[in-house]
Design a protein. Structure first.
Length: 374
């Protein structure tokens, strides 16, 4: 047991250590003051987002980008609240080019169907997706445009973080999210991209068509982002880029309670077994094994079958390397204040992650008042 645990943690230390230093290999992009050229179709699916849409629309109204160069396509995914009425009112009072359409369901994935429905009617070749519970930065589209003009890209992955964070549960989520975002950036730093987030993702419509969109994974409810990126990497790896810019950071909100957090993480975990990226599977497995070492070690120690001193060494090693990755990510996102929650969060996280992995491997999950199978 001890030998296996040590080997797993050494491999984990090597992986996360590489990630921590690889973050710096992705240069921070400085927004250039150049004439805007790129035309964007911004796609936003929504379902039961009446509470969040006003905040999203406020941020859309503040976008700095030339209004003639972008359109907004809002896709109603069978909302049961006042979302559609809120959207209709916003359209009537806004001078922006905004279209509201209904989702055309064709698969087991409502969100993929919604994005596909929007792309069918989009006017422009660059598609950018985000979510209805997000806040968009003022220079969001300017950053994408400037980056696209200076780089040969067909897909651009943008940064995402949480806002409206208060209390332990939400800081727990923020720290977890920072580790995922840090790993996302690091993947590009070591030239092995394996994560992205549909809340801030851009790609050419022609490229989407070339790789047949979501075909091949539309039976999987989630994964409109990662599975699409996997196909993009196979088709043209060098054209998939990461936009590391503070001006491009999209903010979303953490889950309000533990029940919804659990559903979200189970939904995320359900994607892992369907990854087509060998490196992504390896990372997921190693992270799960490292957390399992802590959980099993704690149980054995409690039963008197494992020495406290050895368990403490293993735990401290993991805590230190995890802290390095999260710290470096928090600096980029200006979230250093969350680090005061690091110790209690990191002690709880192995148990939470192993529980999610076990439950998610055979259970269904509920999301947006819908029940999905694995």
């Amino acid at each position: 047991m001890l030998v296996i645990a040590v080997i797993i943690l050494i491999l984990y230390l090597f992986l996360i250590g590489n990630f921590a230093f690889a973050i710096d290999k992705v240069s921070e992009f400085k927004l250039q003051d150049i004439p805007a050229k790129t035309k964007f179709s911004v796609v936003i699916p929504f379902r039961n987002e009446a509470e969040n849409l006003p905040t999203l629309f406020k941020s859309i109204s503040k976008l700095n980008y030339q209004t003639s160069l972008f359109e907004i396509i809002l896709v109603n995914d069978d909302s049961e609240d006042l979302s559609e009425a809120i959207v209709t009112k916003f359209i009537s009072t806004s001078a922006l080019d905004i279209t509201l359409i209904e989702n055309e369901r064709q698969s087991n994935s409502p969100k993929k169907d919604a994005i596909s429905s929007a792309i069918k009617i989009s006017k422009y070749d660059w598609i950018i997706t985000t979510d209805a519970d997000c806040v968009l930065p003022k220079y969001w589209l300017d950053s994408f445009d400037s980056y696209i003009q200076q780089n040969d890209a067909k897909m651009v992955v943008g940064p995402v973080t949480y806002h409206q964070v208060n209390g332990f549960l939400k800081h727990f989520q923020l720290l977890d999210f920072l580790s995922l975002t840090g790993s996302t950036i690091a993947g590009f730093g070591i030239e092995k991209p394996f994560l992205c987030n549909g809340a801030n993702l851009g790609y050419k419509r022609s490229f989407f068509s070339d790789i047949n969109g979501f075909e091949g994974n539309d039976t999987i409810a989630s994964g409109d982002d990662i599975f699409l990126m996997e196909k993009a990497l196979k088709a043209d790896k060098n054209s998939v880029k990461y936009l590391k810019s503070k001006h491009a950071v999209v903010q979303t909100i953490p889950q309000p309670n533990f029940k919804s957090l659990l559903s979200q993480r189970i939904r995320w975990a359900n994607k892992t077994s369907n990854y087509d990226n060998g490196f992504a599977k390896l990372v997921g497995l190693l992270v799960l094994l490292a957390n399992s070492v802590i959980v099993v070690g704690f149980v054995l120690m409690a039963l008197g079958l494992f020495q406290l001193k050895i368990f403490a060494y293993l735990l401290v090693l993991k805590l230190l390397i995890d802290f390095l990755l999260i710290y470096k990510t928090s600096v980029f996102f200006n979230k250093e204040n969350a680090l005061k929650y690091y110790l209690p969060s990191s002690l709880l996280y192995p148990f939470f992650s192993v529980y999610v992995a076990v439950i998610g491997s055979f259970s269904t999950y509920k999301w947006k008042n819908r029940r999905f199978k694995k």
